[in-house]
Design a protein around this ligand. Sequence first.
Ligand code: ATP
Length: 286
Amino acid sequence: MSLIEVKGLKKSYGDVHAVRGVDLEIAQGEIFSLLGPNGAGKTTTVEILEGFRTRDSGTVSVLGFDPQTRGHESREWRNRIGIVLQSSADAGDLTVIETIDHFSGYYSNPRNVDEVIHSVGLVEKENALIRNLSGGQRRRLDVALGIIGNPELLFLDEPTTGFDPEARRSFWALIQSLRSSGTTILLTTHYLDEAEALADRVAVINNGVIIEVSTPTELGGRSTSQATVSWRDGQISKSEKSDNPTELVATLSSHFGGEVPELVVSRPSLEDIYLEMIGGTHESDS
Ligand code: ATP
């Protein structure tokens, strides 16, 4: 069952054609990541799905409703959605716990406030004023506010910007646990390792057009691309591309009589593939 269905979505700002015919289907329980360079049309697309921007043409269904014309069911619809925007409104004079508690009151079936504070790693800061939080802590609060309503569908727009590596890992664990509990997630990120760790499928968007939708491991033919085998031979570092790295490693192993010095076998990272896909075309031609 698709929770999100988008067909032929278009949106222009004056003569800037930000989104130029996007089709998307996101299934229930899936983590779907939208990847693309600055200005590609990600935020425009996501904010149309969230009901914050209007579209010029195309059809959009989110949880069975058109976000633009949802009318009287708006409150019920909002109740089922969690949103973490790129930047959030300021509530500087409240503490962390007061803020989360306050937001929980907007929802009919909120999560437990203490559990949410724990899951985003803000226990030690729960009585701190928002204005005294660091950037990364502030972002964790944004995430807490996105999940406090126990949403069926969660929009995460660059959620880990400003997180330190440890906080990012614990955030990933949180997202994985939300997925296990059935939450559908649309994630926008510039971190390719984040998309790789979390996403079931990724869509690469550039200049308002989706270039490819695939799993992170198969994007751009990644799973069938050549492996690079590198090793050290005396003073010289060597490397070779191969369709059959196992055979090459076996040959090297018999050449060296066992252990191959500094052996590394690698395939292109998601980032390599992504950069190749958008390479040279990231300037808007609209
Ligand atoms: P980023 O990764 O930088 O967040 P994005 O992929 O989210 O980028 P959008 O914010 O959707 O990109 O912007 C797509 C294009 O539309 C850009 O050229 C941008 O300048 C333009 N644009 C976005 N919002 C507006 C607006 N409110 N008015 C005019 N132009 C806009």
